[in-house]
Design a binder for this molecule. Structure first.
Ligand SMILES: [Zn+2]
Length: 214
């Protein structure tokens, strides 16, 4: 469902169906996105959503950036956390979401869908959700306290499937399962392709994932 193009950017094939849409999930090898039309956030692992509204540059603190105006790419940067690109097919509105365990526990995914509904009159059933590369359950051991935030009771460390938690939150927000596209690529397992904070700590770079209306 995902493929890597000649620019070393991953794309979700179902989103290619929309000629009015631009999207991509960056890798270590991909060049920077945007020529002065990229809008980003200072990411703080929150459930805070902002609307770009035609502006580029860093627009403040938050973890989901929404847009409906053409010509602006909204982007999030990740290295193990999950980038999620939301596309409202009917209203032609988009959002880029940064989702680590803290943000997911705080409900960032649901908050982004709700904010799209408020600002763009988005119906959740019109939303396509592409979940990009992030840390897989294979590599993501968390303690009982973090697991407990997701309703998993344990006395010791457990493997957390964060992508699955994101899917659950999308379902709860009203997004259809058949409109969720999961890259299924673990950032820690593929050092040649992806930066990984868990693997490389402070040396890890960050990858941008972007979406926008052409
Ligand atoms: Zn892995």
């Amino acid at each position: 469902m995902f493929y890597r193009d000649a620019l070393e950017v991953y794309r979700a094939r179902p989103l290619d169906a929309f000629a009015w849409l631009a999207h991509g999930f960056g890798t270590r090898g991909s060049a920077a996105f945007g020529n002065g039309n990229l809008a980003t956030l200072r990411q703080i692992h929150s459930s805070r959503c902002l609307v770009a509204d035609g502006k580029a540059g860093c627009l403040g603190e938050g973890d989901a950036l929404l847009e409906q105006r053409p010509g602006i790419l909204v982007g999030v940067k990740t290295a193990d956390c999950f980038p999620i690109l939301l596309v409202d097919e009917r209203r032609r509105a988009v959002a880029a979401v940064h989702a680590g365990w803290r943000g997911v526990a705080k409900g960032i995914v649901k908050a982004a869908i709700e904010q799209m509904a408020r600002v763009f009159s988005t119906c959740p059933e019109d939303v396509h959700a592409a979940i990009g590369p992030g840390i897989g359950a294979c590599c993501y051991e968390v303690g009982p306290e973090v697991a407990g935030r997701f309703g998993i009771q344990s006395c010791g460390p457990v493997k957390l499937d964060l992508a699955d938690q994101i899917r659950t939150q999308l379902l709860q927000a009203g997004v259809a399962a058949e409109r969720m596209y999961l890259a299924g690529l673990c950032t820690r397992c593929h050092p040649e392709e992806f930066h990984s904070y868990r693997r490389d700590a402070e040396r890890a770079g960050r990858m941008y994932s972007v979406v926008g209306i052409r």
